[in-house]
Design a protein around this ligand. Structure first.
Ligand code: SAM
Length: 292
């Protein structure tokens, strides 16, 4: 790959997905894009760059998807889900007791393990949420991971990563070598394609936003821009949950970290959170939580 081709691809990826590659990541590009080039019948990176420059839509999507990291697993890092159960939801239940509804956004949900972990946490809360309208929106840039998330089908290896055995038995059905999450949990989640670089104000406002392990791939300005727009989509008393390697500190004052609750943030200035109409277009999918 020539330096010019590398620079083209770096800029292309930053513009299309936010991915910020340093000057020495040629090996990463080659390891991910050479197999794609071959699969597409192209001779190598040079021809792939030419096709991108010519504006081939399918190739643009394929290149972006090939370069995204989709690593995820059930109850990843555990602590955020403990916070969700022990800090976030008790506060939300108290604050929303009048309208009995909660809106949650999983902003880079990948293949679904994160939103389904949240759905399982909510089911485990049982009677505390009976009769509540629960809306979980899981979005991701990649259509491919969203298809898998929608299907809710996981391999033996995937269900062995982070998922307690009693949850596997309770919420999944085994079919041959794979496990499918039960229809009630699947119905709790609405999956949508969404690029965080683009406007997301149409999603409305949320009580809880999980945006984990995606901003680490972006440069500082992109992170600041996304944090500032996230602040407008969160209720003044809502919660933002970031990944273990991510923080708002030193980037923006629209959120503040909660002491002793690693990864958990509150919007700083309630006036920054402008109320938005809930979900334009199609009727939102909401689960009404049944009693046990
Ligand atoms: C490493 S996974 C994290 C999944 C999950 N949040 C977790 O922590 O386990 C990052 C996800 O972010 C998605 N992603 C990357 N760039 C994105 C963008 N610009 N907008 C939305 N999603 C993006 C990728 O497709 C991928 O599924």
């Amino acid at each position: 790959m020539t330096p010019t081709e590398y620079e083209y691809l770096r800029k292309f990826l930053k513009d299309n997905s936010g991915l910020d590659l340093s000057a020495d990541k040629q090996y990463l590009i080659e390891s991910r894009l050479l197999p794609l080039a071959r699969k597409t019948g192209l001779s190598g990176i040079a021809e792939l760059v030419q096709k991108l420059q010519a504006g081939s839509r399918t190739l643009i999507t394929d290149v972006v998807e090939a370069m995204t990291t989709n690593e995820t697993f059930f109850f990843r890092d555990k602590v955020p889900f403990d916070h969700f159960r022990d800090t976030i939801m008790p506060e939300v239940i108290k604050a929303r007791a009048g309208r009995r509804s909660v809106r949650i956004w999983c902003a880079a949900g990948s293949t679904g393990q994160e939103p389904y972990s949240l759905a399982m946490c909510l089911k485990e809360m049982g009677a505390a949420l009976t009769g509540w309208r629960v809306e979980i929106i899981a979005t991701d840039l990649s259509q491919e991971v969203l298809e898998k998330a929608k299907a809710g089908v996981y391999s033996q290896f995937e269900v062995q990563r982070g998922l307690p055995i009693q949850m596997l038995v309770k919420y999944f059905k085994q079919t041959g070598e794979t496990w499918q999450i039960n229809p009630e949990l699947r119905a709790m989640i609405q999956h949508r394609q969404l690029n965080l670089l683009h406007d997301f104000s149409q999603l409305g406002t949320f009580d809880v936003i999980f945006c984990r392990n995606v901003l680490i791939y972006f440069d500082q300005d992109t992170k600041i821009n996304i944090f500032n727009r996230l602040a407008r989509q969160i209720e003044p008393d809502g919660f933002l949950v970031l990944g273990a390697a991510e923080t708002v500190v030193g980037l923006t004052d629209t959120f503040r970290p909660l002491p002793d609750r690693r990864g958990l943030y509150k919007p700083n200035d309630p006036r920054a959170a402008v109320a938005k109409p809930a979900l334009a277009g199609a009727a939102p999918r909401m689960a009404v939580m049944a009693g046990r």
